[in-house]
Design a protein around this ligand. Structure first.
Ligand SMILES: [Zn+2]
Length: 175
């Protein structure tokens, strides 16, 4: 089998955005749209805690908006949306398993389900991430999200729940 840093489930650091859970969700989606990645690493006090596919977070945000209304979510944080997604059983993500040396043989590493690792080089410099399941890795490469308003216009981020073209409420995700 391959070295961790050459494995299929290895993601170079620059391809996966890390954001603190304290970031406002609106800002998080703007950053995610720019990064064109299908997932992100959520950190707390600088330490990775969770890998979350964006589609799951977007759906959790829409569900929350339906329950509470967009104004109530204006200042919601990424961590709050993550918690809502977990509570709803809608987050198909991974928890942090610590760090791994990139030159280790993939076969020699214990890979618990739904776990991700920080990958470091011999000098302990962070070079990327390793996901314990290939299916998780595929979520990173998924198509950029589009939020749909009531009239079906596409928006790259949910902003504050209003369509950029027509001001109608954001109500769903493009398939
Ligand atoms: Zn619209």
């Amino acid at each position: 089998m391959a070295e961790i840093s050459k494995a299929k489930s290895f993601v170079p650091a620059h391809q996966l955005l890390s954001l603190p859970g304290s970031v406002e969700i609106v800002e998080a989606f703007k950053a995610l749209d720019k990064a064109k990645a299908g997932g992100l690493v959520v950190t707390a006090a600088g330490i990775p805690t969770l890998y979350a596919p964006i589609r799951d977070l977007a759906q959790a945000l829409l569900d929350e908006a339906q329950r509470k209304g967009w104004p109530a979510l204006a200042r919601a944080t990424l961590a709050q949306v993550v918690d809502a997604a977990i509570e709803a059983g809608a987050l198909n993500g991974a928890t942090f398993g610590g760090s791994l040396l990139g030159k280790l043989d993939e076969a020699s590493v214990e890979r618990p389900r739904k776990t991700f690792f920080a990958v470091v080089d011999a000098a302990r410099v962070h070079i990327g991430w390793y996901l314990s399941e290939e299916a998780l890795g595929r979520t990173i490469e998924s198509e950029p999200l589009a939020f749909l308003c009531e009239r079906g216009h596409r928006n790259e981020d949910p902003e504050h729940g209003r369509c950029r073209s027509c001001e109608a409420p954001i109500v769903g995700l493009a398939p």
